[in-house]
Design a binder for this molecule. Structure first.
Ligand code: IYR
Length: 226
């Protein structure tokens, strides 16, 4: 393989005790994260949100297409439009569009059609997947593994928000088509998730959930025949 188009990558090679320490520290950091639905209205500088988006946009993606767009909303009028449209959809959801087993699964989360956090949080970040790119001549450019790529970027955004000391909620007010409309997005973009971002409310509570243990999420492969 020729090295054309390649550059050296030489991250420091850390000793294993440091690797162990960092692996544990990162786990502890993300394990202390909770999704929140109660935000403090205190402002957060736009520059912070920009850095969180920069972090998310470092995500690996199919053929490095980076098939995502983040729309950052701080204007109270737009937040209100989004809240109203989301609550209208969710009223239909909770009013019978969601099947009984889904409503049952949601019961411990205490969610309903009211989404005040969509106005209270200082920022709403709406993540759009770019279904295909558009060349300068208007023709379409294929993207690859769009859902997977955008899902990884979303996860990195959630982690970045938490690492910064703020909170978010991956919210999918469904169906989400109204987001493309309110935010005037082009045809090649589709809403993926909405993230309110801010400090958690001082009186914030979250559902008393536990996470699966390692045993519940790791399976061993079969022993190969010799
Ligand atoms: N989108 C609705 C319902 C909802 C669905 C799931 I899956 C959740 O984990 C939480 C809520 C809402 O936001 O209320």
């Amino acid at each position: 393989m020729s090295n054309d188009g390649f550059v050296p990558y030489r991250p420091p090679r850390l000793p294993m005790n440091e690797v162990e320490r960092r692996a544990r520290a990162f786990y502890e950091l993300v394990d202390s994260r909770r999704s929140v639905r109660m935000f403090d209205p205190d402002p957060v500088p736009r520059a912070v949100i920009d850095d969180l988006v920069r972090a998310a946009s470092t995500a690996p993606s199919g053929a490095h297409r980076q098939p995502w767009r983040f729309v950052v909303i701080g204007d109270p009028r737009t937040k209100r439009l989004i809240r109203e449209a989301a609550e209208a959809e969710e009223a239909v959801n909770y009013g019978g569009r969601l099947p009984a087993d889904w409503l049952e699964a949601l019961a411990p989360l205490g969610t309903d059609e009211n989404k005040p956090y969509l106005e209270v949080a200082p920022w709403l970040v709406v993540l759009f997947e770019e279904r295909y790119g558009i060349n300068p001549d208007g023709s379409h450019r294929k993207n690859f593994y769009v859902k997977e790529s955008v899902g990884i970027a979303a996860g990195m955004f959630v982690a970045a928000v938490h690492a910064a000391g703020l909170a978010t909620l991956p919210h999918t007010p469904s169906p989400m088509a109204f987001l493309a409309k309110v935010l005037d997005r082009p045809e090649n973009e589709r809403p993926f998730a909405l993230f309110p971002v801010g400090y958690p409310a001082t009186d914030c509570v979250v559902p008393d959930l536990t996470r699966k243990s390692l045993d519940e999420v790791v399976s061993e492969p079969p022993t190969p025949d010799s």
